[in-house]
Design a protein around this ligand. Structure first.
Ligand code: 6GU
Length: 231
């Protein structure tokens, strides 16, 4: 998979890809992530990429030309499955979307900023608008990093134990069960006896029960999807 991220803060996005699972996925060649500095596509001497909003009001708007030039150039080099814009007024990201994005070959992620981008970019280039939750961040970069992490870890070969992504919270509309490691007794705080029993089918049953109980208590919205067997 190839992910091209268009941003005015490429350095802000370097670190998330230099550690742990994402670093390994890139090193293995399973995913290629390119950070593209939007200012390189500015037609102005001072590398300006934003301007005052028509009609007035506070806040700058990202201009069409640099974004259009950048996207047109990328599109001339390969075909893209999605051109995603990270914005608080997009669709809220969920596991199902991550699953689908992880099957794609080439995507562009455009990081939003200021008051937003010229609406014509959204109308003519963007194929998907994604938010990571109902709160406002100062820019789309951190949202893009969250989106990339959610996608990349699902690509086959990225996680060591391929089944572990399938047992994630949300994959089956259930939250994950509690987990424990040594010591079995920490100053009287004991690990549930069943986990020490070695009886695998009872352990699986216990974990499932705990998942259901947790989901019912903490996320009744997800629990109702689980009960109805729908997404
Ligand atoms: Cl994608 N961008 C910004 N700026 N804020 C957000 C967001 C995105 N998702 C939630 N809040």
């Amino acid at each position: 998979m190839r992910i091209d991220i268009i941003t005015i803060h490429p350095q802000l996005l370097e670190s998330p890809f230099q550690h742990s699972i994402l670093k390994r996925a890139i090193a293995k060649g399973i995913v290629e992530v390119n950070l593209i500095n939007l200012r390189d596509y500015s037609t102005f001497k001072q590398k300006q990429v934003d301007d005052y909003a028509f009609g007035g009001g506070a806040g700058m708007v990202m201009m069409i030309e640099p974004i259009a030039n950048c996207i047109e150039q990328l599109k001339s080099e390969r075909t893209y499955d999605e051109i995603i814009y990270t914005t608080p007024d997009g669709e809220t990201l969920n596991q199902q979307q991550c699953n689908r994005f992880s099957t794609l070959k080439n995507i562009i992620i455009l990081c939003g900023h200021y008051k937003g981008i010229d609406e014509r970019i959204r109308e003519h280039f963007i194929t998907k608008e994604i938010s990571i939750g109902d709160y406002v961040l100062s820019g789309g970069e951190l949202a893009a990093a969250v989106l990339c992490d959610g996608i990349i870890r699902l690509i086959p070969g990225v996680l060591n134990d391929e089944t572990s992504a399938l047992t994630d919270s949300f994959q089956d509309n259930l939250l994950a069960p509690p987990v424990y490691t040594r010591p079995a007794d920490y100053n009287g705080w004991k690990v549930p006896e069943i986990l020490l029993s070695g009886h695998l089918s009872n352990i699986d049953k216990w974990r499932h029960e705990k998942s259901v109980e947790r989901t019912k208590q903490r996320r009744p919205d997800i629990y109702s999807k689980f009960k109805n067997g729908t997404d």
